[in-house]
Design a protein around this ligand. Structure first.
Ligand SMILES: [Zn+2]
Length: 269
């Protein structure tokens, strides 16, 4: 349990745009500020200044966490303009002040991320480095150990592996055992799938659609069965394209071995 202090940026500030946000991602940063005293409290006063152009949701140091924005408002931290990083992700800065304890700050951030995943229903796959959105080398001290950083989120403070599936509004600290979710297997097809005339259909297409939906890339969100119908139509191609775009693949809407590999690695996390 780490102390979270709410100290919001004044709503009159330019760096508090107040656009409504439903957070789907968590974006991790390092402050890149090694000055003595550049802790969470000091960043809290920095973001509240009227001339500050950037903003994010939380700053974490070895002692505490400051929250600068409500979770249903966007900040300017991801470097992707009005893209998904800024408009749909919770920004977390981890302090690296030379008089602080960086490893303890990292632990506190892992605790916070796990709590936010649980409370906001954000999937493990959607916890991403700043670099994911804009290519910036950030979080600079965690990129070379990103996998172990994420593994630490799953085991944060409880010593038990967190479910990688989103959990809707479960209490942050539960004394009951986490549910052991039996992992569903997806028999993803090994060939190429694209929009053809007539449409390609079958169990392979359906497995692909289910796998995409499990990662929140629905063929047709809100439609019957979220568009999972076993046909590789334009909407399925669009879901593939959105997935590819988000994971650094050639976004052509054509399913092939590379898309399959990335899908499988995410589903197995
Ligand atoms: Zn960053």
């Amino acid at each position: 349990m780490v102390k979270v202090i709410q100290d919001f940026i004044p709503s009159s500030n330019k760096n508090r745009p107040g656009n409504y946000m439903k957070p789907l991602y968590i974006t991790v940063h390092n402050t890149a500020n090694t000055a003595k005293g550049a802790n969470a409290a000091s960043h809290a006063s920095f973001v509240k200044r009227s001339f500050t152009a950037v903003s994010w949701h939380f700053t974490v140091d070895e002692n505490c966490i400051y929250q600068h924005l409500p979770l249903n408002e966007n900040g300017w931290h991801a470097g992707d303009g009005r893209g998904t990083g800024n408009m749909k992700s919770i920004g977390i800065e981890i302090c690296e002040n030379s008089d602080g304890n960086f490893e303890k700050a990292v632990e506190n951030a892992q605790w916070l991320i796990r709590k936010l995943m649980t409370e906001q229903g954000i999937s493990f796959a959607n916890v991403v480095p700043h670099k994911h959105w804009s290519g910036k080398e950030c979080p600079r001290k965690l990129l070379n150990r990103w996998d172990s950083f994420k593994a630490g989120i799953a085991t944060a403070h409880t010593g038990k592996k967190a479910s990688t599936k989103p959990v809707k509004s479960a209490p942050a600290k539960s004394t009951t055992k986490p549910k052991t979710t039996s992992k569903k297997t997806y028999n993803l097809p090994s060939g190429i799938l694209k929009v053809t005339k007539p449409l390609t259909k079958g169990a392979g297409v359906k497995a692909l659609q289910e796998a995409l939906a499990a990662l929140f890339f629905y063929p047709d969100k809100g439609a019957k069965n979220n568009g999972i119908d076993g046909y590789y139509g334009p909407k399925t191609a669009d879901a593939v394209k959105r997935f590819q775009l988000m994971h650094g693949l050639a976004a052509d809407g054509i399913y092939g071995p590379r898309t399959r590999t990335v899908l499988e690695s995410l589903l197995n996390q």
